[in-house]
Ligand binder design. Structure first.
Ligand code: ATP
Length: 438
């Protein structure tokens, strides 16, 4: 493992070493945990470091200076390692911006070189009710790893100097990484937290791994018990959005369909993915709101009342909701864009009321060459056209102040799009002519 850490991005390695040195000084046992360890072993780069500080066991009473880091497996009084205090000190050393989340006892550090460090105290979780939030209390590293979703996400690497880079593999995660397997840690895992069903599929499809047979059996059993009903909408939404943000969400939804696991969205075990598959991804793949465009395509595959339910259930922002609703006007827009004698400003007037994401969606769905060309021209050129004359200029030319100004400016914009005016003088000339003709 030392080798893997030494091949880490220099910025990460330096932050990890300095955090380890501070942990030694403060008598804290510190580890990298979760997805970052998985990604290091898979040789995938990330700039996020998740660190866990383990509570230290003192043989006698609490409050004593902990001294050197004790060996793993001791017994005595638990003393919570204060990750927030540790993070605060680390932020000074790394010259990082610090945000503390006291309710979760975690802290985030943002370094100017792009590295992000999340610090938490090792904890154990128990689920008194399936699907509900767990009861959290301080725990050992082993317990912290046991609360995780899959063995491949339950690996840790020590950061303390004398064991820097040592892999801690309590649950066979390394073996599962090598055999490309997604495996839960215990039989109740999906019932405790059904969002893990979505996570299992997401990791399986992202890494081209396989969910192992027993895990599949338990996943299906949880689905039969309608496990999603017990999970709050924001938690489901967070995982749904992560799927939509994957490089290939089509694969994930196809697999969820195959497992009859789409119920979390609109109540049906499966969903028609025709529209979703036909999206022309090259039209929007670079776009930061690609996830929302995928979501528009999914929403078109469910009935309007169900779509309304989903829009109300999930915490979309107001703008996202509006875009998702607007996307439903696709067919009307296409019909309008197919008219033969449409001017450039005519296309502009049709597309301008929609947000950029929605226009990109219209494009990604369009097959007809003329419709595609018109939308592309709008996106690349005409949507960026702006009038040079101001309201003040128009007033000087004799336009009556009030709503007329807006109307004339709009008319001028349309003419500019159609005629391609380049100068202010051309615009002024058009206004004069326009006013004469009134
Ligand atoms: P990604 O590359 O998608 O960010 P990740 O594994 O880092 O993958 P996160 O959602 O950031 O995913 O979670 C970080 C870690 O927290 C996981 O690796 C896993 O150990 C743990 N975790 C996250 N969600 C759950 C969950 N629902 N149940 C159990 N453990 C979880």
């Amino acid at each position: 493992m030392e080798d893997h850490l030494s091949k880490l991005d220099k910025r990460l390695l330096s932050a990890a070493r300095r955090a380890g040195a501070l942990a030694d000084k403060r008598g804290v046992r510190l580890y990298l945990v979760g997805g970052i360890v998985r990604d290091i072993l898979l040789k995938k780069q990330s700039l996020d470091l998740d660190m866990v500080a383990e509570p230290i066991i003192f043989p006698s009473s609490k409050g004593r200076n902990p001294g050197p880091v004790p060996s793993i497996g001791g017994t005595g009084t638990w003393v919570e390692a204060d990750a927030m205090k540790f993070a605060k000190e680390l932020s000074t050393i790394l010259k990082a911006r610090l945000v503390v989340y006291p309710q979760f006892k975690t802290a985030s550090l943002s370094l100017s070189n792009g590295v992000r460090v999340d610090c938490a105290t090792a904890r154990k979780e128990t689920y008194p009710v399936s699907g509900a939030l767990p009861v959290v209390e301080p725990g050992s590293l082993k317990e912290d790893l046991f609360r995780r979703d899959f063995t491949i996400n339950a690996l840790a690497v020590s950061l303390n100097k004398n064991s820097f880079g040592q892999l801690i593999d309590e649950y066979g995660g390394f073996r599962d990484l090598k055999s490309r397997t997604i495996r839960i840690l215990h039989d109740k895992s999906f019932l405790d937290d059904p969002t893990r069903i979505l996570r299992a599929v997401r990791f399986e499809q992202r890494f081209a791994f396989s969910i192992e047979p027993k895990t599949i059996g338990l996943l299906e059993r949880a689905l039969k018990q309608e496990c999603f009903c017990s999970v709050t909408a924001p938690r489901l939404f967070a995982e749904f959005k992560k799927i939509l943000k994957e490089k290939d969400p089509v694969k994930c939804f196809t697999r969820l369909n195959q497992l009859n696991a789409m119920e979390f969205l609109a109540g049906a075990k499966q969903i028609n993915l025709e529209v979703f598959r036909r999206l022309n991804r090259r039209d929007f793949s670079q776009d930061s709101s690609a996830w929302l465009i995928y979501c528009m395509a999914l929403m078109e595959s469910i009935s309007p009342p169900k779509k309304e339910q989903v829009l109300n259930k999930f915490p979309f922002t107001r703008e996202e909701k509006q875009s998702l609703s607007q996307a439903g006007r696709l067919k009307t827009v296409w019909a309008a864009l197919q008219k033969k004698d449409l001017t450039k400003s005519g296309v502009y007037a049709i597309l301008k009321p929609f947000s950029l994401d929605v226009v990109l969606y219209f494009l990604a769905r369009a097959q007809e060459p003329m419709v595609r060309a018109r939308i592309k021209r709008f996106l690349e050129k005409d949507s960026k056209v702006a009038v040079c004359l101001t309201g003040h200029d128009l007033k000087n030319l004799g336009v009556v102040v009030g709503k007329d100004i807006g109307l004339v400016l709009n008319e001028l914009l349309y003419r500019k799009i159609d005629k391609g005016y380049k100068t202010k003088a051309q615009e002024r000339q058009w206004v004069k002519k326009y006013l004469k003709a009134l």
